[in-house]
Design a protein around this ligand. Sequence first.
Ligand code: PMP
Ligand code: G9A
Length: 416
Amino acid sequence: MVVNYERLFSARSKSLKSSEIRELLKLTQSPGFISLAGGLPSPQAFPVDIIHECIEKVFKTDIHNALQYGTTEGLPQLRNVLAQRMRDKKNIDCELHDILITSGAQQALSFVAFNLLDPGDTYITSAPTYLGALQAFHAYQGNCECIPMNDEGIDIDSLRRNLKRLHRTGISPKFLYAVATFQNPSGESISLEHRKELIEIASEYDFLIVEDDPYGELVFEGEPIFPSIKSLDTKGRVIYIGTFSKVLAPGFRLAWVIASEEIINKFALTKQSSDLCSNMFVQYVAYEYIKGGYLDIQIQHIKQLYRHKRDVMIKALEKYFPEGAKWTVPGGGMFLWVTLPKNVNTRLMLKRAIAKKVAYVVGDSFYPDSSNYNSMRLNFSYSDDDIIIEGIKRLAEAIKEEMATPYDKDEYVGGV
Ligand code: PMP
Ligand code: G9A
């Protein structure tokens, strides 16, 4: 008998959507392809020799424990040094027991959704927002309420208006999701005033704030610009998520959550049923790495490298992109956001770009309601300088060709 998968798959499984970033990653790994798409760190920046040394240390000191199962919450000495680091760098008042290690920030986002969203529950996010978070929240059938961004990161007036409207209809959002510093995808940050207001609003309407912070330390000029939202939280309303992916190596698949005891306990239960514990071997390696004082040196190094790459990309954009294109100049992180003239639909143009062996992420995929059609996200951290320049040249050609091509108006999702 032929298996009838449609009958067997759960409603939840049937509703899963794929991530455009993950799909593009398969394509962009082919030879000669230039990817300005995925948020990959520069492979040249991986501190391979030091990681090698740390691995040797683990072999000499703790190898039997490193190869063993560990506790679900994570390696205590790693949580300890992370707590220290979070106190020093982020002013977050936390101890070892406030921290849970996860297999990447993506797993933490999935735990947020699993524990806070029943099907049809509402959460809030800015638009645009990180599409991997949308994917995680969608998997648990959350309803998204989108708030536009402005030059202070999130339009607080619109947030208040929408919360009032939701309240009138009896809807209480469970949480607000924010990449508050050097946001993925826009590169923008939420101002200090708005961070404070978010905490007040969360308290007034009784929801949690999920602060996803992979890029907070990648600041190109001076010191980190704003305190983390978590550092302003005295009531346990903020779930903070940090990750090693952008500052050390995404292949480690190692991240951490700082939250109230209630949340940490729930996440630990979720992790027990999900993967028991994160990879012990890399937790030991990460511990040696931080204990050796290498993380600060590495962050200093990649900040300079990524600032340089941002400048290389901006120069190339200025030189090759047509009149009417605009872009953000982020003060940190890995991405910039390009808005093209209104007669270019970046989703339709992607085919043309792929034919020229260059990829970007279509802007509308960061909008839960796909309400934007003429923007794109470009990553500047991954490629070497000459590849960035060549990639921008190819993209500029694609844009100019697209602008010169008569189009079928009905094909445009956003209208022109
Ligand atoms: N959150 C944001 C905002 C991200 O940009 C990413 C990765 N691009 C993640 C979470 C997932 O990171 P990780 O590799 O730690 O799972
Ligand atoms: O490869 C991934 O899925 C992580 C990167 C996310 C991004 O490009 O935003």
